[in-house]
Write a protein that binds this ligand. Sequence first.
Ligand code: ZN
Length: 319
Amino acid sequence: MGLLAELLRADAVQLSDRLPGGAQVQALAPAVWAVQPPAPGGRPLLLSAGIHGDETAPVELLCSIVDELLCSALAPRVPLLIAFGNLAALRAGRRYLDDDLNRLFGEAAQPVASRELPRAAVLKAATAQFCAVHGSALHFDLHSAIRDSRYPCFAIAPLAQGAPAESIPLDLLAACGIEAVLLTTATAPTFSAYTTRKLGCTAYTFELGRVREIGAGAVDEFAAAGACLRACIRGVALPPAAGLPRVFRVSRELIKQSEAFELCLGPATANFTALARGDLIARDGDSAWYAEPGECIVFPNPAVKPGLRAGLLVVAIDA
Ligand SMILES: [Zn+2]
């Protein structure tokens, strides 16, 4: 049975503690494993998927990678941490049960207990334990987007305080098939911002294609990411890339102020849709947002609770 089928049955999946090539496997938590090659070289790598339980294609990809490690089809050269996120939500086919796990990695104490809160603590502890041994890692947190995107594969790059935009390794992201990079600050309550901020990792949230059912073939849509992650695990040269990604920064956040908030863009608006200057983006009581030159919309979601972000406006900085 492959790892995916086992994860869908139970949390307590046991892997062999030694891979065919001699690498040691250590379970740091349920569905979190550290892999230590016998003669490691290259930057430690942290791979996570399933932080949102309905984003299953990246979970399928990461399970295939584990299956390949177990049968010696993939020989690791770098220290590796593999972490699956919200297992209960994955089995339920839901984004989360009580709380969005990818909003629980911030500094503020969470006021309300939820089924996700202990899992966030487990993931923080396991990644901290791994980085304490191996140093700061390269972290790819693998997601799929809820809506269509002008760039089907894109990355969110939380920049450490003071880090320049030029520090983003565009060639690495290009080799992963990433077509756009959105620069943000590492203060966000997301997993990749946490490993950047607290553990000194170079971390990315990857949005790979659209949310689909398990086995619907979505993994084929981001084969470049799979090939590049395997090259990183093997410590070999990156596969060739089609072209460098566009780079964007956040110009404004749309914060929903009240239940009167109304998105004026249409429910099917794709991520990174370019807006024309003066376009009405949203209304909320007496206030209204109009597009400024060069702005594009990302993650529009009018269904969030008041006080939360209902969308991002971004502009290209490499134009
Ligand atoms: Zn996600």
